[in-house]
Design a protein around this ligand. Structure first.
Ligand SMILES: [Fe+2]
Length: 486
């Protein structure tokens, strides 16, 4: 384990703009519009998941430990309504019954009594991200082996575990062409990685993928045919593991392997090598077919080449970068180009600004897209978003929108106005919660996706802390599920 110094600041993520919300609120009157107006074609729900401990958590606290809480704003008939609720997981229910936090966190020794639990010794908090599936939200957890939870997209009521696909990690994706739910799961024991596909008709295919050891993986990218998988260069040190200790280590001389998993044949078709790195999030990926028959896969990804506080890589930068416990976040947006003919991979830096949580228009997952929207990271020790950066993938200049001094933002979701073409982002708005750290005042911002200019600012009647991932649920998705159920 890392030394105590590495966790000395753990309470940072319980105070200031991270301070947990203590209450749930039901929708009241429509949100006040502070500036601009809500576009008539904006119909759907913007929802944000994050860690929000229900009870005083054990120390040292890790930001990932808290119970999942969803903050959501629903747009209909030109108005917006807000509500927030915890995700009522089995672990949450156990704490509620006891009236206190009963689970150890990531930075404590696991409770031996829980080691035999099928989901492992840690509480599945379903706190990491959200996706919509057949009219409901699924609240997902970052750790391998966790089962997602179903949440009513309108009331945010937890409907129980999602039993249709087995366990899988956060950042499952909806393939916009097939409607399939595509996911991965990882584990400490073989199979170390599992790829999964659930069709809208309910057909499930889970396929083990061979890896040389356990590899923590956080995200996947889709192309039309492939799922992009990773064999990362950061994982538990095997020598320490042999002594019964889990110590994450970065192996700079061990290239990261990028795998293409074919979703038609359900097999891993090829690995490619890129410089050693760790990856939290992809922006997007797509296939390119040349006239001469050549085939490439182009991947845009935020990759990190110096990912651990306690293991400095040569040339570590002087700037202050965010950390979450021992994890060090200094990403760059790069493009990997994989050549299926030669087996070669190239890496090109696309944008070197300090930014993460890359998002694109979800209708274009797996297809060329005009832009990536990044959440800019403040140059400070804790993780705070200071603005939005639009990186144009068609050669245009980047555009930035910084929050006012003392304000923080969140991950953006891309919300296409109804009837919007997917060819450009001119008819899409970016949606995010924005807050003032000193006062707890919170707003919801709608920005033009192409220029980042304000479309509308809405007052949110409760504090929305800094947090994790957001998701846009188009009204069409919930309407279709309602009609199918009738
Ligand atoms: Fe994530």
């Amino acid at each position: 384990m890392a030394g105590a110094r590495d966790f000395i600041d753990s309470d940072i993520y319980l105070n200031g703009d991270y301070e947990p919300v203590r209450a749930e609120s039901a929708p009241g009157s429509a949100l006040e519009v502070l500036e601009g107006q809500i576009p008539a074609g904006l119909r759907g729900t913007f929802a944000r998941n994050s860690s929000n401990p229900r009870f005083e958590p054990p120390r040292p606290y890790h930001w990932f430990d808290g119970d999942g809480m969803i903050h959501a704003v629903r747009f209909a008939d030109g108005q917006a309504h807000y509500r927030n609720r915890w995700v009522r997981t089995a672990g949450f229910a156990e704490d509620e019954a006891a009236g206190e936090a009963r689970w150890t966190g990531l930075l404590q020794r696991p409770d031996p009594a829980r080691l035999r639990s099928p989901e492992g010794p840690y509480k599945n908090t379903a706190n990491t991200d959200l996706i919509h599936w057949q009219g409901e939200l699924l609240a997902l957890w970052w750790m391998g082996g966790g089962t997602p939870y179903r949440v009513d997209a309108s009331t945010l009521e937890t409907k129980g575990r999602f039993e249709g696909a087995g366990s899988f990690t956060a950042h499952a994706k909806l393939d916009p062409r097939s409607g399939d739910l595509v996911f991965i799961d990882y584990a400490e024991r073989p199979p170390f990685l599992t790829h999964g596909v659930l069709t809208p008709e309910g057909q499930l295919t889970r396929t083990p993928v061979e890896l040389p050891g356990s590899r923590p993986q956080h995200d996947i990218a889709l192309t039309e045919r492939y799922t992009v998988l990773l064999d990362v260069s950061m994982f538990a040190d095997p020598e320490a593991l042999a002594r019964g200790k889990v110590r994450m280590r970065f192996f700079p001389d061990q290239p990261t392997r990028v795998g293409l998993f074919d979703r038609r044949s359900h097999e891993l078709v090829r690995w490619f090598e890129v410089p050693a790195c760790y990856v939290y999030h992809y922006a997007n990926a797509w296939e390119v077919r040349e006239a001469d028959g050549g085939e490439q896969v182009v991947i845009h990804v935020c990759r990190i080449r110096d990912p651990l506080m306690y293991q400095a890589m040569p040339g570590r930068s002087e700037r202050t970068v965010p950390r979450i416990a021992h994890l060090r976040l200094e990403p760059e947006l790069v493009r990997w180009t994989l050549d299926l003919g030669t087996g070669e991979a190239t890496e090109t830096v696309v944008d070197d600004s300090l930014a993460e949580f890359p998002r694109v228009d979800d209708r274009l997952l797996g297809a060329p897209c005009p832009a990536v929207y990044l959440a800019m990271l403040a140059e400070r020790e804790s993780f705070r978003f200071s603005g939005i950066r639009r990186v144009d993938l068609r050669g245009g200049p980047p555009v930035e929108r910084r929050y006012p001094e003392g304000w923080y933002g969140g991950e953006v979701s891309v919300a296409p106005l109804e009837g919007a073409s997917a060819d450009s982002d001119a008819d899409c708005v970016l949606v995010t919660f924005v807050g003032e750290a000193a006062t707890g005042r919170s707003e919801l911002w709608l920005l033009r996706a192409d220029t980042l200019e304000t479309v509308a600012r809405l007052a949110v009647p409760a504090r929305v802390p800094s947090g994790f991932h957001s998701h846009w649920v188009p009204a069409a998705a919930t309407d279709a599920a309602r009609e199918a159920a009738q």
